[in-house]
Design a binder for this molecule. Structure first.
Ligand code: SAM
Ligand code: SF4
Length: 446
């Protein structure tokens, strides 16, 4: 397998040619969606046809197929997590980010390991069970030793059940060490798959090397991460190019490693204090954002599609019905910001648009007829990588998750929710509602 590492090529010309194909008639779109709904996925040409759709009737068809596919794979479940920003020291100069090296105004901080455990304990106390550690790239601040010590401390000192990591790409050996610490998913966004744009946006530092970034997932998988999280930062280049390239990247991982991305995040460029980029060169509208979420869901049915608090509460409330299956909640992107919310921690990475607490998000997801899940059973039971993909494809994750998601929700309501929420969403009422809806509380009907 090792000789295959680094051989992904994003075919610039081919992807641009797909983007230029003319609009497909409604019947053609229907045929693509019918095939995709049978679990046959999407070819790149089909994904391009969906991305080129702009009329409401065809968009509605895309949304309802995305919803159907999401429910088939994951049921009503919406996974909840919190990011934990541990360091904003960074040697890179990404034009869009507040942590960039040349931002002289930034208040730079790196949490100590006890401080990380303290932040994690705070999030545990709020009801979170799943964290994503996030760090800038600086070998002297957020080395692999630091990250592994952080992951181990969170498990050792708190009840957090799974810790994922979003940090700079590493060597295969360092990925193995990080994996050995118990990290769940390794997440890294390509930012932009368009090479020229990539080089312009990342003018210096280790991140300048496009190919090193593109091959990060190979090294992570070689190093033992069965689960990787991908994403393209929307707004840097034409979103159709980014989405098609990410799907090509996912297919490459499937073919070479037997498992594609565990998650696909949909980060959209937001204003960041101290960033060099004032405006997105290729702004993505809310309408296109919804379509992108749905196309990712249809193209890669087994992947968790993740929408963060970069997006507004209103938009997030919409996309959980259009294919998104994981959302962050109660987030802070400043360093140490959870325990010092008033004075704030070190500089934030970007501005947040959904500042609802975890409890408010739980209420909102429940109110939408969906099931907020703090469950981490899949990771703990080894349902990862290819096993997860196969089970999600057959709808077995959906069946398995209902029971586990309900018990994690019961635990949340009992131990962390306020009395008004407890009263409104008492678990026996939920089960009653399930039955009222004609479902079996122990099956996948709800
Ligand atoms: N430093 C590591 C890296 O760059 O991969 C990981 C952490 S970085 C803080 C996490 C992600 O935040 C980046 O991959 C980027 O996509 C996203 N990001 C940076 N600036 C952003 C902005 N202004 N708006 C939205 N997302 C942003
Ligand atoms: Fe550093 Fe990551 Fe921000 Fe780039 S996106 S400046 S690498 S923290």
């Amino acid at each position: 397998m090792a000789e295959r590492v680094h051989d992904l090529v994003i075919d610039d010309e081919y992807i641009h040619s797909l983007m230029q194909t003319g609009p497909v008639e409604a019947d053609g779109i229907r045929n693509i969606l019918d095939r995709a709904a049978r679990g046959e996925g999407l070819g790149l040409d089909e994904a391009a046809a969906l991305l080129n759709v702009s009329g409401e009737p065809c968009l509605d068809m895309i949304y309802s197929t995305a919803r159907e596919i999401k429910e088939k794979a994951f049921g009503k479940r919406i996974g909840l997590f919190a990011p934990l920003y541990v360091s904003n020291r960074c040697i890179n100069n990404c034009l869009y980010c507040g942590f960039r090296r040349d931002n002289q105004q930034a208040d730079r901080r790196t949490l100590s390991i006890p401080e990380i455990a303290q932040q994690a304990a705070f999030l545990y106390g709020k009801g979170h069970r799943r964290l994503l550690l996030v760090a800038g790239e600086d070998p002297s601040a957020s080395s692999v030793e630091y990250l592994t010590a952080a992951v181990e401390a969170v498990y050792r000192e708190t009840g957090i059940r799974i810790v994922h990591v979003n940090a700079a790409p590493m060597t295969v050996e360092d990925f193995s060490r990080l994996k050995a610490s118990g990290a769940g998913v390794y997440q890294c966004f390509q930012e932009t798959y368009h090479r020229k744009t990539y080089e312009r946006m990342h003018p210096s530092g280790l991140k300048h090397d496009y190919h090193k970034r593109l091959s990060a997932m190979d090294r992570a998988m070689e190093g033992g991460f069965e689960d990787v999280g991908m994403g393209a930062l929307l707004g840097l280049y034409d979103y159709r190019f980014e989405v098609l390239s990410l799907i090509a990247h996912a297919r490459y991982l499937e073919e070479h490693y037997g498992a594609g991305p565990h998650t696909i995040a949909v980060p959209r460029l937001m204003p960041a204090e101290g960033a060099a980029l004032i405006q997105a060169p290729f702004p993505v509208s809310d309408r296109d954002f919804r379509k992108i979420v749905a196309v990712y869901r249809i193209a890669v049915p087994y992947a968790g599609v993740v929408v963060s608090t970069r997006e507004s509460a209103d938009l997030r409330d919409q996309v959980i019905h259009l294919g998104a299956s994981q959302i962050s909640a109660g987030s802070r992107t400043d360093i140490g910001g959870y325990t010092h919310p008033d004075q704030g921690g070190g500089t934030s990475q970007f501005s947040l648009n959904d500042t609802r607490s975890l409890e408010e998000v739980v209420r909102s997801v429940l109110g939408a007829g969906l099931l907020p899940s703090l469950c981490t059973a899949c990771y703990r039971a080894g349902r990862t990588g290819e096993r997860f993909r196969t089970k999600a494809g057959k709808g077995e994750i959906r069946d398995f998750c209902l029971t586990h998601a309900l018990s994690s929700l019961t635990e949340y309501l009992r131990e962390h929710a306020g009395s008004a929420t407890q009263k409104q969403f008492e678990i026996s009422n939920l089960k009653f509602e399930i039955k009222q809806k004609g479902g079996d509380e122990n099956s996948c009907q709800w």
